[in-house]
Design a protein around this ligand. Structure first.
Ligand code: 2PG
Ligand code: MG
Length: 426
């Protein structure tokens, strides 16, 4: 394990939305080479680490990442050359210090994360280990939380809530879980077609039909699960990502079907009715990212019944998760590496959640590449749940397929997390 980093090259590539992102190739002195690229969100949280964009309106409407790429080449590469890729925490500490800002806005979280993950991949490969083994060697295949219907910023459907998802909680393997999901997705398309509604895909490969409100989307999912031959709730459960930060304006929640606006209490009442009426087991971002009082109310009212998952609320940030844990707010954390910018900090959040008894959901972004790092991250850390988008589009399938490969590699050792991964735990 004496190999050191011998070269780092960065480039601008395009993500699944046709927007620029950073890709890094990293070489070790023993000839190992590894490649990583970073994703990008649409419904980003205010407290995320900053991805650096050029702001040059002449290129990609300002979204170019040439500056971030230059930072890898001119600032990061010289500082990491000769360092050990096996000392991830030290390497990431160097990256964090080089940037020097609290939100990684100087060099860009996109520049930092590409190098951080490429180094881990190179270290795994140099050790002759699959990445998931190098990252911890868990044997738990995650329960996938799979998008079927999109709204919010991910579709132009008129639905305020962003994600309507299914969870194959009673499958006995990851492979079987995907078979069930594919059947439900097919059934959804058949129902939509039968009603003359669009089956055009939204950003994450789910459908974005024009539906009047969340109840209509959930009715559709229940019907599709049954049509696929599965028991709604017992075999395939439902989840929502409300992404409430994105319809919170001037102190009120303003979903399309409540034009006068709702306060936190009104929205929590509405969410409670949905939990009463549908087999929902997880609610993500039920309230806005800084509405801590609202989150307290939501956690009190529903935290004993369903998983209360913080995405924009926690932004994979140990300080924000710490505040949540202290206040008994939420019972699960969404984990997106690019919200924080280094692998070490991501692993820190997963560990912090585990110690506190919070469930962990490793997640992709709406803008993805073919990079499948998060599949290995989920298994390696035994996170228990993963959210990748729909069962469509190669940037999503890259991760699902990697999980199938890992399950095959694990053989008899593989254990599918299923319902047991959900909070409230136990
Ligand atoms: C989310 C993600 C993924 P985005 O809100 O959970 O669905 O969306 O990457 O746009 O933040
Ligand atoms: Mg979310």
């Amino acid at each position: 394990m004496s190999a050191t980093i011998s070269a780092v090259r960065a480039r601008e590539i395009l993500d699944s939305g046709g927007r620029p992102t950073v890709e890094v190739d990293l070489w070790l002195s023993d000839g190992t080479v590894a490649r990583s690229s970073v994703p990008s969100g649409t419904s980003t949280g205010r407290h995320e680490a900053r991805e650096l964009r050029d702001g040059d309106p002449e290129r990609f409407a300002g979204d170019g990442v040439r500056t971030a790429v230059a930072h890898v080449r001119e600032t990061i590469a010289p500082a990491v050359l000769g360092r050990s890729p096996f000392a991830q925490a030290e390497l990431d500490a160097v990256l964090i210090e080089l940037d020097g800002s609290a939100d990684k806005s100087v060099l860009g979280a996109n520049a930092l994360l590409a190098v951080s993950t490429a180094a881990a991949r190179a270290a795994a490969s140099s050790s002759g280990l699959p990445l998931w083994r190098y990252l911890g060697g868990g044997t738990l295949l995650p329960l996938p939380m799979v998008n079927i219907i999109s709204g919010g910023l991910h579709a132009e459907a008129g639905l305020a809530f962003q994600d309507f998802l299914i969870l194959p909680v009673a499958a006995t393997s990851f492979r079987e879980a995907l078979e069930w999901v594919a059947a439900v997705r097919r059934a959804t398309a058949e129902i939509l077609r039968g009603r003359g509604l669009s089956t055009l895909k939204a950003t994450e490969g789910g459908f974005g039909p024009p539906l009047p409100g969340p109840e209509a989307a959930l009715d559709l999912l229940v019907e599709a699960v049954a049509r696929a031959g599965r028991a709604p709730g017992d075999e395939v459960a439902l989840a929502i990502d409300v992404a409430a930060s994105h319809f919170f304006r001037a102190g009120l929640y303003r979903p399309a079907d409540a034009p006068d606006g709702l306060d936190a209490c009104g929205l929590v009442d509405r969410l409670e009715r949905l939990v009463d009426d549908y087999p929902i087991v997880s609610i993500e971002d039920g309230l806005a990212e800084d509405d801590w009082h609202g989150w307290e109310l939501l956690s009190e009212r529903l935290g004993g019944r369903v998983q209360i998952l913080g995405d924009d609320l926690f932004t994979t940030n140990q300080a924000r998760l710490g505040r949540g844990i202290e206040g008994g707010i939420a019972n699960a954390v969404l984990v997106k590496m690019n919200q924080i910018g280094t692998l070490t900090e991501t692993l820190g959040v997963i560990e912090q959640a585990r110690v506190a008894g919070y469930a962990q959901v490793v997640s992709a972004r709406s803008g993805e590449t073919g990079d499948d790092f998060i599949a290995d991250l989920a298994v390696g850390t035994a996170a228990g749940q993963i959210k990748i988008g729909s069962l469509a589009q190669s940037e999503r399938l890259a991760k699902y397929n990697q999980l199938l490969r890992i399950e095959e590699q694990l053989g008899a050792e593989a254990c599918y997390a299923g319902r047991a991964a959900l909070a409230p735990l136990g």
